[in-house]
Design a protein around this ligand. Structure first.
Ligand code: HXC
Length: 278
């Protein structure tokens, strides 16, 4: 996204002035949207990604739009690399006020199409990576501070056993940390994004127009989300307006969660039927 990102009118433009946020997986999609939105509200942002060039490009886009940003690289599966990257970020912009563990890995596959290494890979990125991010960055976290993770429904989702299992762990980690660290002045919350347009996740899970519109129609608010929808929830959760909110796993999904896993199951059934016909 190269166009300048501006603070929307819901929150005051200086909401996060003087703060520093670490955003893993911030090079694209939902996490980039959050990084851009935080920066547009005065926050210094460190965009961390596996690919340095992509992270730096995302940071440059934020700088070009008038924000303050740094791109750093680490694989969230590599704790030592994360420690080095967060130290670099803290040296540049000072300690963090916000840690957003957003990096995720995913591919659609049925359980019998996932190798042990494939399952481990996704658990390592999504669950262990969230733990690694928080552990490495918390050393540099100001108090009061905020931690956000990106989670998924507790519902069973066909073709997503690895992700759903990992994200259930993310929920447990989020709430356990909220209990442990509340006394230190750290709030810990998670967001469950619904189907968000223009993201890699959507491209993987609904690759064509027909499946995109099927997904949109299965959302009670009858549309796909946009990254700003998630960014708005993130802004609220890290702001003082949410100062009595911790351990919350907040769906931002147009109401999709109320339907349980039924829409995803219907999509799966349609795919199975199409395959049988072919
Ligand atoms: C089956 C697959 C596969 C596929 C990879 N694997 N893709 N198995 N079907 N489509 C297997 C490989 O065969 C290998 O196992 C193992 O996974 C590791 O693959 P690598 O390619 O070596 O791993 P790596 O390069 O580290 O890539 C990780 C990745 C990749 C998760 C596989 O997709 C990735 O980097 N994704 C990052 C971006 C991303 O996924 N974003 C979307 C997030 S959206 P073997 O046994 O062969 O060695 C999201 C939404 C959640 O998370 C929604 C929840 C409902």
């Amino acid at each position: 996204m190269s166009q300048p990102h501006q603070a929307d009118t819901t929150f005051r433009p200086d909401l996060l002035a003087g703060k520093h946020a670490l955003i893993t997986g911030g090079g694209s999609g939902i996490n980039l949207g959050i990084a851009q939105s935080f920066a547009a509200h005065g926050c210094k942002v460190t965009v961390l990604g596996r690919n340095l060039e992509k992270a730096q490009k995302a940071a440059q886009g934020i700088v070009d739009a008038g924000g303050q940003a740094l791109g750093v690289s680490a694989d969230v599966r590599d704790f030592a690399a994360l420690e080095a990257a967060v130290a670099q970020a803290a040296a540049q912009f000072g300690n963090f006020d916000i840690i957003l563990a957003g990096a995720a890995g995913n591919f659609p596959a049925p359980v019998d199409g996932i190798s042990p290494n494939g399952f481990k890979t996704v658990v390592d990125i999504d669950l262990l990576g969230t733990f690694n991010t928080i552990k490495a960055a918390a050393v540099h976290l100001n108090k009061p501070g905020n931690i956000l993770s990106i989670s998924a429904y507790g519902n069973p989702v066909p073709m997503q056993a690895h992700v759903v299992a990992a994200k259930a762990g993310v929920d447990a980690l989020t709430q356990t940390l909220a209990v442990e660290w509340g006394v230190r002045g750290v709030r810990v919350n998670a967001i469950i994004p619904g189907p968000i347009d223009g993201t890699e996740g959507m491209a993987r899970l609904a690759p064509d127009e027909k499946s995109r519109s099927r997904v949109a129609q299965a959302v009670p608010l009858n549309r796909l989300g946009v990254p700003q929808d998630i960014a708005n929830a993130a802004l609220f959760l890290v702001s003082d307006a949410a100062s009595y909110v911790t351990g919350v796993i907040l769906p931002v999904d147009g109401g999709q969660n109320m339907l349980g896993g039924a829409p995803q199951y219907q999509t799966y059934l349609a795919m199975q039927q199409a395959e049988q016909k072919a």
